[in-house]
Design a protein around this ligand. Structure first.
Ligand code: HEM
Length: 336
């Protein structure tokens, strides 16, 4: 028979291992990507004002009435709540990670502050009846917060040392240019949406620019971006860049090309809501792939072991106090 374990023998550990933390950071990347698409779904189903008030849904009513548009908008508010709880947990995990890393704590704090800032911005959107510049800012800011999660996930898998580029300076500059071009293309895309038919509500205002004109500028920028990425990949190949870098570059090019095809198809088929939703998911994927490609250009080698005397451990009750030699000397002086 198995001996019952005394409760005193059970030790609870509140530490989070580096691997567990990295998995949580990946969860944040996934959750923040999903929220971009669910936010777009609210607009594409014309549910932007399904809950005309904020923070309540309608007047004093906190929960949406049982009708399609209010339920879609309210459902998205629930997704936002779940993601908010998720990023707070990531921050708590960063604080409980052993060893604790200041960079990971700051990046996790960035997630919490970013999501927290999006909540009143989303509320303002509703109160200002989906003003296009605010819708654009809301979308772009969500990609900034997602970018923070991508960096956090990458850093969580690396040691805390200074970054060292694995390719030449010119190639790093080229990758930075690709990243800037992706940001330009995405920003232009939000302007196309702002002048297009999917406002989120039939009464919402539109940008005073030609939908076809700005779509042309957007797609021209995409062609320049694809050309630049293609040329960049050739340069990386010629310079003998590490296989991982070239692989991430190919992924980026493939995601971009697929996204461009979706873009043209949706444009020539009068922007059906489903395809626009897929285009939003594609834009998120392009952004993540471009960031991952750029971050992959930097390695952070393991720091060399410190040739110092190993710290001594003193048992104090149930806790362990770790004292460095200087502290031990101070203690010894006090006892003498
Ligand atoms: C790398 C390729 C591309 C990226 C990253 C991209 C990104 C975006 C983004 C971020 C939006 C705004 C989504 C929103 O605010 O909800 C958008 C909208 C749009 N894009 Fe693209 N796009 C790409 C390629 C293209 C291409 C080649 C076309 C062809 C004309 C195109 C046509 C459109 C149209 C028509 C919209 C407006 C859809 C709507 O009514 O909401 N896109 N794009």
């Amino acid at each position: 028979m198995i001996d019952p374990i005394s409760i005193h023998q059970v030790r609870w550990s509140w530490w989070v291992s580096p691997n567990a933390f990295r998995r949580m950071a990946l969860g944040a990347v996934a959750a923040l990507s999903v929220i971009v698409v669910t936010g777009a779904a609210v607009r594409l189903t014309g549910s932007g004002l399904g809950c005309p008030d904020w923070p309540t849904c309608n007047g004093r009513q906190v929960v949406a009435a049982w009708a399609f548009n209010p339920i879609v908008e309210f459902g998205n508010r629930m997704v936002v709540t779940a993601v908010t709880i998720g990023v707070v947990l990531v921050l708590l995990a960063a604080l409980a990670r052993r060893p604790r890393r200041r960079d990971l704590v700051w990046l996790s704090m960035g997630l919490v502050l970013g999501v927290a800032a999006q909540i009143p911005l989303g509320g303002l959107l509703v109160l200002l009846k989906l003003a296009p510049p605010l819708v654009m800012a809301h979308f772009l800011f969500s990609l900034v917060v997602l970018g923070d999660a991508v960096v956090l996930h990458r850093r969580a898998g690396q040691p805390d040392s200074a970054p060292r580029p694995v390719v030449g300076r010119d190639l790093v500059r080229l990758s930075r240019l690709i990243l800037v071009m992706v940001a330009v293309v995405v920003s232009l895309g939000t302007a196309v949406t702002g002048s297009g038919p999917h406002a989120g509500d039939i009464h919402a205002k539109r940008l005073a620019i030609s939908f076809h004109g700005i779509a042309e500028v957007h797609s021209t920028a995409v062609m320049l971006l694809i050309g630049l990425t293609l040329a960049g990949l050739f340069a990386f190949h010629q310079a003998g860049a590490p296989a991982g870098v070239q692989r991430r570059g190919r992924i980026l090019l493939e995601v971009m090309a697929a996204q461009a095809v979706i873009g043209y198809v949706q444009y020539f088929t009068r922007v059906p809501a489903l395809l626009v939703g897929i285009h939003v998911a594609g834009a998120t994927a392009v952004w993540v792939a471009a960031l991952r490609f750029h971050l992959g250009l930097f390695a952070r080698p393991m720091p060399a072991p410190v040739a110092e005397e190993a710290p001594a451990a003193l048992a104090v009750g149930d806790d362990m106090l770790v004292l460095h030699s200087v502290e031990r000397e101070t203690l010894a002086t006090r006892h003498n």
